[in-house]
Design a protein around this ligand. Structure first.
Ligand code: AMP
Ligand code: ZN
Ligand code: FE
Ligand code: FE
Length: 305
């Protein structure tokens, strides 16, 4: 039996040890293959460092790989994460800007460590770097892991609730890019720009999601991540309807992070089997493929939705 490129399943949002995931790019690709996925996107925070290894592993496994990145953006029309899918990871302008953003992350990490010290939770940058994989773009989940390792908190949730979450006292904004800059960068790098996990976007009082999407579309946004592991069915339908109305593309993924988000499984979107290739933009599904049909016994966790 031959599985064609429109009958498989994809997960187009996953993190590796290049940022705050806990699987290496190779391990992630192998997990995607074992889960029966035909297409995977590696979307690390503000870096494409994992894409090369993932691509080689995907070729070996016979599944498709979409090179991606997840950019944190702040500024008008509001704070958000933007997924760049189908980017050229070797694009010089993209690499240069990502290097600058990663440098800003290091400065931010120093400030987070200062705040933690002032809050009576002394974590040095060295301790955070020690718990992070070599070369990783260090972020808040690594701080959470260091807080756990020092028994300052008992759970990751506690680390975010008490210290690191967006409204908690050790939070320091991450981005040096505005949404417009992030979208332009993704497009310059040959990718499509999608608003990540739209249900998690905080709207201003009185602002509608439609107005936010219109503003982002005016900046060049190509689409939205309508299918997301933590979206309810009602939310998925809402975002599909908005996408139709605004002529935006849709994508979908789990936001898999390995042990940093232990409740989220690869392919944990759209009922736990991944996003059907048939609903994704053809620009992204061209690379899909499996040497073998999806194994019947592919182990996929049930979706919490
Ligand atoms: P950073 O890029 O350093 O701002 O870290 C962002 C990452 O932190 C997200 O991708 C999540 O993995 C994680 N994160 C953010 N907020 C929370 C939260 N409230 N609970 C658990 N993880 C979170
Ligand atoms: Zn993350
Ligand atoms: Fe995100
Ligand atoms: Fe993510």
């Amino acid at each position: 039996m031959t599985i064609t490129a429109t009958t498989g399943y994809a997960d187009l949002h996953a993190h590796t040890t290049a940022s705050d995931g806990t699987l290496t790019p190779t391990e992630l690709v192998q997990a995607a293959n074992a889960a029966g996925l035909s297409l995977l996107a590696v979307t690390d925070h503000d870096t494409v460092a994992g894409v090369g290894e993932a691509r080689a592993a995907a070729e070996a496994a016979g599944i498709g790989l979409v090179p991606g990145v997840e950019l944190s953006a702040d500024g008008a029309p509001g704070k958000c994460h933007l997924l760049g899918l189908g980017i050229d990871p070797n694009h010089a302008g993209l690499r240069e800007t990502l290097a600058r953003v990663s440098e800003a992350r290091r400065t931010r990490n120093e400030r987070i460590a200062e705040r933690l010290l002032a809050l009576g939770a002394p974590i040095t940058l060295d301790e955070v770097v020690t718990v992070a994989p070599p070369g990783a773009n260090v972020g808040r989940p690594h701080f959470a892991q260091a807080l756990l390792a020092k028994n300052i908190v008992r759970t990751r949730d506690e680390a975010f609730d008490r210290f690191l979450g967006d409204t908690a006292p050790a939070y320091v904004p991450a981005s040096s890019l505005t949404p417009g800059e992030a979208i332009a960068l993704i497009r310059q790098g040959g990718g499509l720009a999608f608003l990540a996990h739209p249900a998690l976007v905080k709207l201003a009082p009185g602002e509608t999601m439609r107005a936010r999407l219109e503003a982002l579309k005016a900046l060049g946004l190509d689409g939205i991540e309508a299918y997301y592991g933590q979206h309810t069915l009602a939310q998925i339908e809402q975002f599909l309807s908005l996408a139709r109305g605004l002529d935006l593309l849709v994508t979908g993924g789990s936001d898999f992070h390995g042990a940093h988000k232990p409740d989220v499984f690869l392919g944990d979107v759209f009922g736990g089997r991944g996003v059907p290739l048939s609903v994704l933009p053809p620009q992204l599904t061209g690379a899909a493929g499996r040497k073998e049909p999806c194994p019947d016994g592919a182990s996929r966790a049930p979706s919490p939705n």
